[in-house]
Design a protein around this ligand. Structure first.
Ligand code: CA
Length: 640
């Protein structure tokens, strides 16, 4: 191709009418992104180490003002570089350095409408967005559709989860990113509902290259996007369905100009470490406001997960407060129906009782409103600003510092604005926020300082709801560290030590995985606020060493490393908190897998492991340096 032969552009030197290809490479030179125009259509390709990862794929969009996807000419290019360092205590690393080369490619159509394709390319990440200036007198625009596409090599395998039909499921609350995955399926596999697939999505090319697609920097000024079904040899960016949010709000984002679209990111590597360890969703965003109170990471118990709705009463909550105190945990999550079943007076007394034990309450709310049929209370508090601020005033006076808000209406811009409004108001009242029944957070850990978690996964509750989820638990656990949880924090609400998932530990669904498997998920699944699915009975009916482990496990990490694994088969991830390393692994295959421990785990480190799914044990690492994980089992090695 001639593209590679082009003269490199001088730093910051604008060039008029560059009707040719321009390439930007990452700092180590392996990733290369080339932008050009073919027959008036803007397009790009991505190569890694000389191998094509994204074949010629379309760029641009169509708006109510103009078509920015055809009749385009490159009019200007501008090169620069990014070198930034920041700290963050809610994500997989605490001290992050980001270096990238940037290229801005400005294009005009035949009518003179202009936009700029902005690229940032680091060693393993490509980021892309459109910068749209005012179009003469026109300062408001509706973006109707995007051409942005991803043409992966033939015979690529996909690891993707479908976008749901709108207005289906429990009380018509979907989509909420709670679908099964297609695991290592052929390229072009049809989505379950015909609406494409949600971010993030993982791909494995026949050349052995891993590709993770997602997006970040989505706030109330754009919708959340997803991937279309496979068509014309590629996936393209798709906007929400009109029926989401019960039809309220537009599916096409409305923007004021100038405006930058969200960043779409492509993480690319010849092994899984850069996929697991990427920080690209946060490298591209900045905090949107300051808070007077730092967000509080922490561990918690919650009665609802195993004891369900019947436990939302004063006495059972008191039992769970005592249990949290016994575990040394910071929080108790009081789930739905507390307004009716406990009442505000009761909550004030419970909050005071909890405070006496050094425990905080996290209060559940419905996001509410006109987009679903939810009756679980409290409703009507989070969807309107006056009621919301009054509620938050009461929460602050009651000493409550965190809320969980559930059942949102999809990915429309209007819903993205509600997330932001709740976070922004909560910040004013010193309150942290967890979302459930929600969309994927897109850079929010850094954008919103008091954002402390989102579900957006087929989470722990499903293990209670259906035996099929228990049967597939190990497979799911080997996917999330490589896909959902690498792109954003994930409030899974797991780690069960009950054998049977009901209040009496004697009925309901049956857990198929070992106790050490469960412990490992507390490390494999990352969220700065973890509400564990432990029950008070586990203090006596679970192995003492499992309780010892759960008393000590942290929820924040300074470093995260891929050790071993393959999505859908097994996963081994290391995380460091201060000087302590946790290496956690689980195996979903029918046969055992043996993994080597990394050098930073000393010979005297303790290993919590499953001999079988029924028998957990502990030992020290010793000279062997390997751990064999039976099917449906797990381990965690803890350095000291
Ligand atoms: Ca849910």
């Amino acid at each position: 191709m001639l593209k590679a032969l082009l003269t490199p552009l001088l730093l910051s030197a604008p060039v008029t009418i560059v009707q040719a290809a321009v390439t930007v490479t990452g700092p180590d030179g392996k990733l290369a992104v080339t932008t050009d125009i073919s027959d008036g259509k803007p397009q790009y390709t991505v190569t890694y180490d000389g191998k094509t990862v994204i074949g010629s794929s379309p760029l641009g969009f169509k708006s109510d003002v103009a078509d920015f996807s055809s009749s385009m000419t490159i009019t200007d290019t501008l090169r620069s570089s990014v070198d930034k360092r920041y700290t963050q205590d809610k994500i997989k690393h605490s001290d992050i350095t980001y270096r990238a080369n940037a290229l801005a490619v400005t294009m005009k159509n035949v009518d003179g409408n202009e936009m700029t394709v902005e690229w940032q390319v680091s060693d393993n990440d490509v980021a892309l967005r459109y910068a749209i200036p005012r179009q003469g007198e026109t300062g408001a625009m509706i973006v109707n559709e995007e051409s942005t596409g991803y043409r992966l090599p033939d015979d690529t395998r996909v690891f993707m989860t479908s976008q749901s039909d709108p207005m289906i499921g429990w009380k018509r609350t979907k989509p909420s990113y709670e679908e099964f995955y297609h695991v290592e399926a052929p390229l072009g596999t049809k989505s379950d509902y015909g609406h494409g697939f949600t971010f993030p999505a993982l791909f494995h090319t026949p050349d052995g290259i891993w590709v993770l697609l997602t997006e970040t920097d989505v706030d109330g000024y754009y919708c959340g996007s997803h991937l279309s079904d496979f068509h014309d040899g590629l996936y393209t960016i798709a906007y929400p369905m009109q029926e989401e949010n019960n039809g309220n709000g537009t599916a096409s984002p409305g923007i004021g100009l100038p405006h930058n679209t969200p960043w779409r990111t492509i993480t690319i590597a010849d092994n899984l470490a850069p996929i697991v360890e990427t920080t690209i969703p946060w490298n591209l965003v900045e905090p949107r406001y300051e808070t007077s109170r730092k967000a509080a990471p922490g561990r918690g118990t919650w009665s609802w997960i195993v004891w369900q709705d019947g436990s939302i009463n004063f006495d059972d909550q008191k039992t769970y407060i005592d249990f949290a105190a016994e575990m040394g945990y910071e929080n108790v999550l009081v789930d739905n129906w507390w307004d009716t079943n406990i009442g505000r007076d009761g909550i004030e007394r419970l909050a005071a009782y909890a405070a006496g034990k050094g425990v905080n309450l996290i209060m559940w709310y419905s996001s509410s409103g006109h987009w679903n049929d939810i009756v679980q209370g409290p409703t009507g508090k989070m969807d309107r600003p006056i009621a919301r601020k009054n509620e938050m005033k009461w929460l602050r006076e009651t000493g409550i510092k965190a809320i969980k808000v559930d059942f949102f209406g999809g990915d429309k811009q209007e819903t993205m604005r509600l997330y932001k409004d709740i976070l922004s108001d909560a910040a004013d009242y010193g309150i942290d926020v967890v979302f459930h029944g929600c969309t994927l957070p897109r850079g929010w850990e850094r954008m919103y300082p008091n954002f402390v978690g989102s579900e957006a996964v087929l989470a722990s509750e499903n293990l209670i709801f259906g035996q099929n989820h228990c049967d597939l638990e190990a497979v799911s656990a080997t996917l999330h560290p490589f896909i959902r949880n690498t792109a954003a924090i994930m409030e899974y609400g797991g780690t069960f030590l009950n054998r049977r998932l009901n209040r009496g530990n004697d009925g309901g669904t049956t857990r198929r995985t070992g106790d050490a498997f469960q412990l490992a998920t507390s490390v494999l699944f990352h969220n700065p606020v973890q509400n564990f699915a432990l029950t008070p009975g586990n203090l006596t009916d679970a192995p003492a060493e499992a309780i010892e482990f759960m008393k000590a496990v942290p929820t924040t990490w300074d470093e995260t490393r891929y050790i071993d694994g393959y999505p859908g088969k097994y996963a081994v991830i290391a995380r460091r908190n201060g000087d302590t390393w946790y290496v956690a692994g689980v195996n979903a295959m029918e046969t055992p897998v043996t993994v080597c421990l990394p050098g930073f785990i000393g010979d005297n480190a303790k290993i919590y492991y499953d001999k079988t799914t029924d028998r957990m044990a502990t030992r020290t690492v010793g000279k062997d340096r390997t751990v064999t994980i039976p099917s449906n089992c797990g381990f965690t090695a803890v350095s000291h």
